[in-house]
Each structure stands twice: as C-alpha cells, then as structure tokens.
Design a protein around this ligand. Structure first.
Ligand code: ADP
Length: 335
C-alpha cells in the first residue's frame, strides 16, 4: 500500500478529527501517503481531495467537527455513483480507503466495495454508540458528558421550582446516550427506544410515576430523559400533554446538536487515536471490508455488515438498577 484515501461521512462526531490525525500519522509512519476527500462521499464523486501530511493534523485532536468536512450524499447509493467513485480513486492510484463514520457510512463503504478493487476499512465515528462489534464508538463519551452536564444544570432549576423537566437527547434508534446520561445525572425516568419497543409508556403511567416519586420522596423535581423519535412531537409535545391533560407543569429542553460540539472527552480522543492507527495496521495486514473496533480491551476487526445488522444491547444491569432506585416503595410496604 502506497497511498490511501480517507473521509469523514454522515453525522459528525467529537473525535473524528482525532481519528483523522491518527490515520495520517500512522500512514506516514509506515511510508504511506494520505489523500483526504472532503464532504464525505460527495467528495469522492466531485474528486474534491487534498493531500494531508502530519503537519496538517498534528494539533486537531482537541476539536470536535471534522477539518475535512462531513456530509450526506443520497446519490452515492446508486451503483453508477459507486462506479464513478471507484474510477476517481483508481485515477489517483489509491490502494485503500478509510471511512470514518456511522452505520450509514459503513453501508456506503460496503456498497463501494462491490464496485472497487481497493481495500476498505471503517472507523466507528458516531455519538450514538449504535455500531455492533465495538464497546464504544468515537463521540459517544463526549455526547454523554454534554447531556449529563445539561441534566445537572436542569436539575438546579427543577429543584428550585419543584418542576418536571423533559430533556430530549440524541441517539438515533438506540438508547445509549439516554441511558448513560440519565444514570450519570440521576434522572428519575428514561424513555428509550429499547424500552419503548417492549412496552410503550403511556401518559397515564408516566403521571402515576411522577406523582408517586413526588409523594414518597417528598421532592418536587423530576427529570426525565427522552430519546429522540420516542414520542410523537418530541419533548415539547409531551410537556404540553402533561400540562394540558394532567395539570402537571412541565418544561421541555432539546439538547440537539450541542451534543456534538466542544472539546472531545479524553475517552474519545484516546479511542480515536487507537482506532485510527488500528485501521492502518488492519490494511497493512490485508484486511478488507471490516471496521476497526475495540472490544474487551482488544483491538478487533468486525465485518462491515455485522456493524449494522447485529446490535449491541443496552447494559441490562444498568436498566435494572435504574428501575429499582427510581421506583420508590411506600414506607409501610418496604421489605
Ligand atoms: P451515519 O454514517 O452517521 O450513519 P448516514 O446514515 O447519514 O450517516 O449515511 C451517510 C452516507 O452514507 C449517506 O449520505 C450515503 O451517502 C451513504 N449511505 C448510507 N446508506 C447507504 C446505502 N445503503 N448504500 C450506499 N450508501 C449509503
């Protein structure tokens, strides 16, 4: 391998820059040149590329976002687009490609592999932590940190006013950010995709829980973490429903894209650095169509389709604990 391509694709994640840095530095270490494509797969189609050297990436690991830009590119799903990308890669004499992104980007990588001879390795960059085969994805730790910090701040005012709050967090179809931030901040209730699938929460059950917690604990504040897409109309609609139908004053708070910015957490910088280097080493070992992951403290290679076809479950013990401590029992019924 003499020359590799690299791109960041899909939703940006804190630590993508750190991963890019590691890829470029590791490649340089092994005498490989790195060509970065800008704006994800769009850059492959537009042939929008730039050669990156160590000096270009040395001091970017402390910033979120991605210096080579990310994007979504609908057209890339067509066979013709993948063929165009393949032709562009061949014209630049690129032997292998590193894709930093989430499950959609990995589907794109697998799609490209059907039309291109070069080797492809993925690096898991998404705040959602929804990729199978790695214990954590790059960006997840930072997103949980940010959500926790917001929940702490909400608690201050919720406490002062004895108020109910609904804080909506990201996560796509997975509850990792919801569970992590709720546990870290001691939220009273979580509405997560995995829980909703088994037993969707009703407003009546929610109101009952709020009243029970407030009565038994003698505490007015109640903070709820709502994963995105888990309530029709989101946190705003749910808050309006609680207030209109049950006279429960309730305030919504949407964290949104704040969860993707600021300084990446140490865990994300370290994981990104490790997996960026691992991706290059996998390529040098002849691996192809795999994601560089980390499982039980080992660097692993995960077949790309596994990353979106299989699912990492939520931590069942955390779910159990959360259920126990936030379902207070009346004094006379305690065992
Ligand atoms: P993420 O990587 O964050 O999950 P997206 O789901 O938005 O992001 O996907 C990023 C890009 O990957 C898409 O805009 C598209 O270019 C490409 N992509 C996603 N799914 C496919 C697919 N099934 N086939 C080919 N390309 C895909």
């Amino acid at each position: 391998i003499k020359r590799i391509g690299v791109l960041t694709s899909g939703g940006d994640a804190p630590g993508m820059n750190a991963a890019l840095r590691a890829v470029v530095l590791a490649a340089e270490h092994y005498g490989i040149e790195t060509v970065a494509f800008r704006h994800g797969y769009q850059g492959l189609l537009d042939n929008d590329h730039v050669v990156l050297q160590a000096k270009d990436v040395l001091h970017i690991l402390q910033y979120s976002g991605t210096i080579i830009k990310s994007a979504r590119c609908k057209r890339f799903k067509d066979a013709a687009a993948a063929q165009e990308a393949a032709a562009n890669l061949d014209a630049l004499a690129i032997d292998a490609l590193v894709i930093i992104g989430g499950d959609g980007s990995f589907r794109g990588a697998d799609h490209l592999a059907n039309h291109w001879q070069g080797k492809i390795v993925g690096v898991p960059g998404t705040i959602d932590n929804d990729l199978y085969g790695t214990d954590a994805t790059i960006g997840y730790a930072t997103a949980v940190n940010i959500a926790m910090d917001a929940l702490d701040k909400i608690r201050d005012t919720a406490d002062a006013m004895d108020r109910v709050f609904i804080v909506e967090v990201m996560g796509r179809e997975a509850g990792f950010i919801g569970l992590g931030s709720a546990m870290a901040a001691g939220a009273e209730r979580m509405i997560l995709p995995e829980l909703q699938k088994d037993k969707p929460l009703t407003v009546a059950a929610l109101v009952k829980h709020i009243k029970r917690v407030q009565e038994i604990r003698g505490e007015g504040s109640y903070v709820m973490v709502l994963s995105e897409h888990q309530w029709p109309g989101g946190a705003v609609a749910l808050a309006e429903q609680l207030e209109a139908e049950h006279h429960l004053p309730c305030r919504p708070c949407l964290l949104g894209h704040i969860q993707r910015g600021g300084a990446p957490a140490p865990a994300d910088r370290i994981l990104a650095s490790e997996l960026g280097v691992h991706a290059i080493e996998l390529l040098l070992n002849g691996e192809h169509r795999v994601m560089a992951g980390k499982k039980a403290n080992q660097c692993v290679a995960v077949p790309l389709p596994d990353t979106w076809q299989k699912k990492n479950p939520l931590d069942q013990n955390l779910l159990r604990i959360q259920h126990e401590i936030f379902n207070p029992v009346k004094k006379d019924r305690r065992t």
